[in-house]
Design a protein around this ligand. Structure first.
Ligand code: ADP
Length: 173
């Protein structure tokens, strides 16, 4: 059996925007891998709120204190990016059973495309098991307080992003 040396991991996602749930997963990943790339997908079927540059920037700001993390945008297949950077493992988060089906389907496809790369699933602290970027975007859009769910840099960007819209809506009333 091959005994692995220092493992490089890839945590891919849309991160639109990065939440405390993602941060929790990143902290857990660092206890397992030696170095971690956070890959921000630019090819996505979702229409993101934040452009790719902003999503990367926010992640870089929230992970700035950890030298073992590198944040980069990527396009194309996740497994191709993983190969390019020499990652042995792709890390994904599972919040609830509802995540399972799609994540498992994706994992099997990725195993088919790249049998040499392992997919590791991690569960967040239960505090974050309800948390998603889409929920955070929705609460922020409606003017709710998201400070508990995202880091201050992200909360600031969200309120800047929606400030104009709220003024417009308020003005129309
Ligand atoms: P994607 O569009 O690839 O699902 P996301 O940015 O929404 O990208 O999520 C990236 C990964 O992080 C996914 O595996 C997702 O299940 C996981 N994730 C997102 N939010 C949480 C959370 N609160 N707790 C644990 N895992 C999470």
């Amino acid at each position: 059996m091959n005994v692995p040396g220092a493992i490089t991991g890839l945590y891919p996602g849309t991160f639109d925007p990065v939440t405390r749930g993602h941060e929790d997963l990143i902290a857990r990943a660092l206890t397992v891998v030696e170095s971690l790339w956070v890959g921000v997908a630019s090819d996505t079927t979702k229409e993101p709120l934040f452009p790719i540059e902003d999503r990367v920037e926010m992640l870089r700001e929230v992970t700035a204190a950890e030298p073992r993390i590198r944040v980069e945008a990527f396009d194309g297949l996740t497994v191709d990016f993983a190969r390019r950077i020499g990652a042995r493992a792709i890390l994904r988060g599972l919040r609830a059973v509802s995540d399972f089906e799609l994540e498992f389907q994706m994992a099997l496809m990725n195993k088919h495309l790249a049998p040499d790369i392992e997919i590791l699933f991690m569960a967040p602290d239960s505090t974050y098991s309800f948390l998603s970027s889409s929920l955070v975007r929705e609460v922020a859009r409606l003017g709710g307080d998201v400070e508990a769910f995202v880091s201050p840099v992200v909360a600031r960007r969200l309120s800047e992003r929606f400030a104009g819209q709220r003024v417009k809506r308020g003005g129309a009333r």
